[in-house]
Design a protein around this ligand. Structure first.
Ligand SMILES: Nc1ncnc2c1ncn2[C@@H]1O[C@H](COP(=O)(O)OP(=O)(O)OP(=O)(O)O)[C@@H](O)[C@H]1O
Ligand SMILES: [Mg+2]
Length: 287
């Protein structure tokens, strides 16, 4: 595996709420360098700010109707997140911890704009952008600048490692060579030479590496990972954490991961604990 830089925070950390020169340049450049953030990269170098965010599943419809399809009665709303306020600085590595059902995945889905908070419940902003204000097109652009890694990898079994990495951008025209970037990313996660392997020919740790490479295909500014080591043994999980923290340093990513593993949480800059949808505790790692 290619040696990665030490797992330290990027040295040039932008001040809270400001746009760095680098980012300004990234937005201004018509043709970015192949490894530069894309011009529409709405998540690079920005803090993520949640203010009083609530998410209720199965809430009664605003129309007041309390029956679902075929007259079924809707269950009372389940409050998965309850008035959560949180700020994540660009380049930070933050662990979300808490018991099963406490709202960790829900929080990741909201930040990744895969789901929405309750209408009028608060604000999720990335930089100055309120996600609730983005139209469908802007939201789709934003989603493409956020990488997501799942506990169970979610690779397509019939596709090779390289094709899995390319899959998210297959329908889109890109200003980079997809196959070239896939090869580069697979090398960065230690899988150089395995581009043609099918998921069934790879170990669990290797499959997770492919999934991480796939999450990076669009050079995201934010990498969200839902129990990225949850399906791996302790040693392989530690290797995947080495990789994530190394990639964070190399690409200047903001890393937000949900985990049940204290060893994983300890390696992050900060741990945030959720219980019943509420943020109850925060622990800052030793510098
Ligand atoms: N799509 C959904 N519809 C209804 N309820 C949901 C849905 N997704 C999650 N929930 C509920 O929201 C609450 C929070 O779930 P969430 O998946 O965020 O928890 P979690 O902290 O990620 O748990 P785990 O550690 O088990 O992954 C749970 O009570 C769950 O049952
Ligand atoms: Mg979860």
């Amino acid at each position: 595996m290619r040696a990665l830089k030490p797992t330290t925070k990027p040295k040039t950390k932008p001040e809270a709420g400001t746009m760095t020169k680098t980012n300004t340049a990234a937005y201004a450049e018509p043709m970015p360098r192949p490894d530069a953030p894309q011009p529409d990269a709405a998540s690079h170098g920005y803090p993520v700010d949640l203010a009083n965010v609530t998410k209720t599943y199965g809430a009664p419809k605003p129309s007041g109707a309390n029956t679902g399809p075929a007259g079924s009665v809707l269950t009372p709303g389940l409050r998965a997140l309850d008035d959560v306020s949180l700020r994540i600085e660009p380049g930070e590595a933050v662990a979300l911890v808490g018991p099963s059902g406490s709202g960790k995945s829900t929080l990741l889905h909201l930040i990744g704009a895969m789901d929405t908070a309750d209408v009028g419940s608060g604000r999720i902003a990335v930089g100055q952008r309120d996600l609730a204000d983005l139209n469908q097109r802007r939201l789709a652009e934003y989603r493409r600048t956020v990488g997501f890694v799942f506990q169970r990898f979610h690779l397509l079994p019939a596709l090779t490692a390289a094709d899995n990495v390319i899959a998210p951008v297959l329908p889109y025209r890109t200003n980079y060579n997809k196959r070239g970037r896939a090869r580069e990313l697979l090398a960065a996660v230690g899988l150089g030479g395995r581009e043609g392997s099918l998921p069934s020919q790879l170990s669990g740790g290797q499959q997770q590496r492919v999934a991480i490479a796939r999450a990076l295909i669009n050079r995201p500014g934010i990498l969200l990972a839902d129990e990225p080591t949850g399906a791996l043994d302790q040693a392989t999980g530690a290797e995947v954490m080495d990789l994530l923290l190394g990639l964070r340093a190399e690409y200047g990513l903001t890393l937000l991961l949900a985990t049940h593993d204290p060893a994983v949480a300890e390696r992050c800059d900060r741990s945030i604990k959720l219980s019943d949808g509420r943020l109850i505790d925060e622990h800052r790692g030793e510098p």
